[in-house]
Ligand binder design. Structure first.
Ligand code: 9WN
Length: 422
């Protein structure tokens, strides 16, 4: 490492440590004062480099709050704070430690395999991984039971927050069908911490809240939510994360002497990988979402359709995706925009409607590397580090200028930087 990268590395460690609450990490102070599901799993990868035991704890704390049906919630409200809306009282899920009632991209299987593979004390890592294996397996089972009742091989998200890409252009049309009648009055807190022009709109928040109220009125009974929800979308990126995690969990289970658990997860991954092909678009040279209410593919070329390269998609698909990224990269200054810059709906500063996110860059470059697309993977890493050098550890970045957007001193951004520099 040269002096400049050493400084960046030190700064990343500082951000991780200042957001560390002991057994879990908040995404950033102020804007997000609780534990978020996929943030924690990806954060553990960065923590590993300075404290292996602490990295396992991050994921264990999340899974200690798994629901009896297998779902792992998207937020765990460990310590009350009124700094975030909607807080625990709005969700009202009645869990021992309050949680939200929806889930998030299941990246845990991937994360624990990576922790295990790199572990210096294999016996200790095996002990901690063995305890998590059945829990992650139960979460995967939950997905196929609750979110794929028609056995398509692909799971649906029922709320845009589940995708982790809250206000993506992907959901616009399907979201229009979500009514807003009866939404209780509320005060947003996000727009007090971050620039409102970088955040989702009020019309979107009304619909986010409508869905929360609807699910709450059904007692958060997952067996009822899928059919009752007016919003059901099959997101290729979300499914790719599940596929990758199931594959990785299978490989880890084999290594740890759990052949049945391994076989179950391998079968799930293979079945879903085949089904994913129904989402391929020749026109866009990437995968697209499917609206499960209408049965139609959604004509929106977002990063959700690039992310499948993180799973073991066919080689020709990975090559085509690398070319699509190249086409996008030629239109912007920094990679990877979260939406096709040629789309007139592209909004460079608005959250998931164009900005670049380091967690996406990390998963995409990892998948490209496994597919042999090393040059493009390297370009993405270089671009990510240029963003950090120019703009610090932001939540996300305007890909046309590199301007930092959203919250500052962001945990998973710092964790990804450590991963890139290691
Ligand atoms: C809602 C914490 C989370 C991320 C998501 C990101 C954002 C929350 C919000 O922040 O979502 O879950 O209130 O905007 O979209 O991916 O996990 O960093």
């Amino acid at each position: 490492m040269n002096q400049q990268t050493e400084k960046i590395y030190e700064h990343a460690l500082e951000v991780l440590k200042e957001n560390d609450q002991g057994s879990y990490t908040v995404p950033t102070k102020g804007l997000y004062p609780f534990q978020w599901n996929w943030d924690s799993c990806l954060t553990a990868l960065g923590q590993f480099h300075y404290d292996e035991a602490r990295a396992w704890t991050e994921i264990e704390t999340l899974f200690a709050n798994q629901w009896p049906d297998g779902m792992v919630p998207h937020i765990v409200f460990h310590v009350y704070s009124d700094g975030y809306f909607p807080g625990p009282n709005v969700w009202d899920t009645r869990r021992p430690t309050p949680t939200s009632g929806i889930t998030q991209p299941p990246v845990a299987g991937f994360a624990i395999k990576r922790l295990y593979d790199r572990a210096t004390d294999k016996a200790e890592a095996a002990r901690r991984a063995r305890a998590l294996l059945p829990r992650i397996d139960a979460w995967h089972r939950w997905f196929y039971e609750m979110r794929d009742p028609g056995h398509e091989g692909l799971v649906a998200i029922l709320h845009p927050w589940e995708s982790g890409r809250d206000n993506s252009i992907d959901w616009d049309e399907a979201f229009e069908r979500v009514p807003t009648d009866g939404v209780e009055p509320y005060v947003r807190r996000d727009t007090q911490h971050a620039d409102p022009a970088h955040r989702p709109t009020k019309a979107q928040y009304d619909r986010y809240l409508y869905l929360v109220q609807l699910f709450r009125s059904l007692g958060w009974d997952n067996a009822r939510l899928h059919d009752a929800s007016p919003f059901k979308v099959v997101d290729p990126g979300f499914n790719a994360i599940l596929i990758r995690s199931a594959m990785d969990l299978a490989a880890l289970a084999d290594e740890l002497g759990e052949p049945e658990l391994a076989a179950r997860n391998r079968a799930r991954a293979e079945n879903s990988l085949a089904a994913l092909e129904t989402l391929w678009s020749d026109k866009h040279q990437q995968y697209l979402c499917r609206d499960r209410v209408t049965g139609q593919l959604i004509d929106s070329a977002s990063i959700g359709g690039i992310l499948p390269v993180f799973a073991a998609v066919p080689k020709a698909r990975a090559e085509a995706i690398a070319r699509t990224i190249e086409r996008w990269a030629n239109e912007v200054k920094y990679m990877v925009p979260s939406h096709d810059p040629a789309d007139p709906r592209f909004e460079p500063k608005r959250y998931w409607r164009a900005p670049a996110w380091l967690v996406m860059n990390y998963m995409i470059q990892d998948g490209l590397r496994s597919a042999g697309e090393t040059a493009m993977a390297d370009r993405i890493v270089t671009s990510s580090l240029e963003l950090i050098t120019q703009s610090g550890f932001a939540e996300y970045y305007d890909p046309t200028t590199g301007e930092p957007c959203g919250g500052g001193r962001f945990t998973w951004t710092a964790a990804m930087v450590i991963e890139f520099l290691e």
